[in-house]
Design a protein around this ligand. Sequence first.
Ligand code: NAD
Length: 377
Amino acid sequence: MNKPADIARADITRLSVGLGSRSYDIVIGPHLLEEIGARIASLRPGARVGIVTDAHVAERHLATVEASLKAAGLTSSAIVVAPGEGSKNFATFEHVIDELLGARIERRDLVLALGGGVIGDLSGFAAAALRRGVDFVQAPTSLLAQVDSSVGGKTGINSRHGKNLVGAFHQPILVLADTSVLDTLPLREFRSGYAEVAKYGLIDNAAFFAWLERKWKDVFAGGPARIEAIATSCAAKAAVVARDELETGDRALLNLGHTFGHALEAGAGFSQRLLHGEAVAIGMAQAFRFSAAQGLCSPDDAARVSVHLRAVGLPTRIADIPGELPDTDGLMRLIGQDKKVSRGALTFILARGIGQSFIARDVDPAAVRAFLDAERA
Ligand code: NAD
């Protein structure tokens, strides 16, 4: 077990992802980047650190991280890639690997992901592949990365065949979620991450969803409600990952909204037209509407999901996406390419109500097609 950094602070929350000898801490609180050097040094004294980040995050937060690493006696080099989903590709992956090798990051060294989910996925995969695997620390800087992508060890890149189709499970040794850095996150990106926060309520925690309905403005404003929302989300994710690290069972619940969502994201060309969390918001609203159409959940619950997502400013319908999208056949092809498909049968996360999601295998493709036709009408 990795020893937690010996830095006690009253304003931080520490959670643990229990994976035996590969267990790790998630540390959540303000101004953590300023002490990232000491926290990494206490886990891996003397390690060389290959920082992977994007240009937006580098401009705002890289100097703080470099200064902190230096103060803790750690040598670092930074690799700055272009912001956005487009960097989760083979060319950028090769570039990052080459730069890490050039920076002499060796087996006892580590890769530090400083950025949103794109940076975490890309650099985590690079850490998994570099010299057959080096240690990896996540310093997530977007809300989405803090509540979701930085925890659980899924790493990877996109292929022209679809999203996240090439990757590895590679757990970090530490996740450091500095909640102060969210102050520089654009509002649209914060909203996008909020979709994944709401997801934890919709999966199995109706009380958390009701709390979000009351408190979402405080979560957006910052302060204790924001930290509480992040910690509740991380605790939910950590528990699922500890139960089902490789997604052979109920980790699939975390894909609520993602089968429809990934198809829409691919249909919009993984572009600024539709951010990942926005696609998930539409996908969750659709999963509830589809569940209601199948008589599984009440239309009132489906409506409540959409009302809340719309209240925070998230899209809930295909018609909310600007520009052209594939037709129903095209969307069905994209759904068929999603990893949640096993030997032709469609697997969806559906719901019997808010906080009552379940894994539905063998969903009839004809019912999905009819639903999408109705949604597009
Ligand atoms: P992102 O990494 O592209 O970040 C969003 C934008 O915000 C970028 O422009 C980035 O530069 C900027 N940004 C990030 N932090 C900032 C800050 N503090 N201040 C100012 N700007 C900042 O996208 P994301 O929404 O963080 O993550 C989406 C990605 O995460 C997708 O590729 C998705 O597939 C992946 N994901 C992975 C998992 C997983 O388990 N591995 C889970 C969910 C999502």
